[in-house]
Design a binder for this molecule. Structure first.
Ligand code: SF4
Length: 183
């Protein structure tokens, strides 16, 4: 049997919802696992970032919102033969991109002080152990080379499963031109 493709997934500036579409592969997951070995994923194991192995395919959810997102994207790009910008946030910025309508100062003030769900009587904005926000949200392709976009919020599980299987079988992926979103 041919070696299985080494696959990893990562989430950056997103909500993790795109990973649920992978969890919803159902029986298609068995077909994927015939061809692929998941070596790294924040939902499957606790691999340390500096222990990520070389990967054939990296599936990335979320765009670049902060410095940590960018550093992880750059580090993982070095590890991966092919990178998929997975979901609308990774492909185009998505819902976090709405933050681009405001300055970083406005966003942090709203989040840490003014929000109705915030209790912060001293008005302290944390600046230690919190990744620094970049000036705006960027799609993954503005930070690293991306080989394939699979948009959708989240992408439909059956579309993703078919795309991944086509890729692993060496075929050419043709995404539907209609709605790619799960709901
Ligand atoms: Fe969440 Fe939608 Fe962004 Fe995926 S594309 S991370 S589901 S907001």
């Amino acid at each position: 049997m041919a070696d299985k493709a080494k696959v990893g997934t990562m989430w950056l500036g997103g909500c993790s919802g795109c990973h649920l579409s992978i969890a919803d592969f159902h029986e298609s997951l068995l077909d994927v696992l015939e061809l692929a070995q998941f070596e790294f994923s924040p939902v499957l194991c606790d691999t340390k970032y500096d222990e990520v192995p070389e990967l054939d395919v990296l599936i990335v959810e979320g765009g670049i919102r902060n410095e940590e997102n960018r550093e992880l994207a750059e580090m993982l790009r070095e590890k991966a033969g092919l990178v998929i910008a997975y979901g609308t946030c990774a492909a185009y910025g998505g819902i976090p991109g709405l933050g681009n309508l405001h300055t970083v100062e406005e966003l942090t003030t709203e989040g840490y002080i003014n929000s109705c769900s915030t209790v912060n009587p001293e008005g302290i904005i944390p600046n230690e152990d919190v990744p620094t926000l970049e000036s705006r949200v960027r799609p993954l392709g503005e930070a690293i080379q991306v080989d394939l976009l699979i948009p959708g919020c989240p992408p439909k599980s059956d579309v993703v499963a078919e795309a991944i299987l086509t890729l692993l079988n060496g075929g050419t992926i043709e995404l539907p031109t209609t709605n790619l979103c799960e709901v």
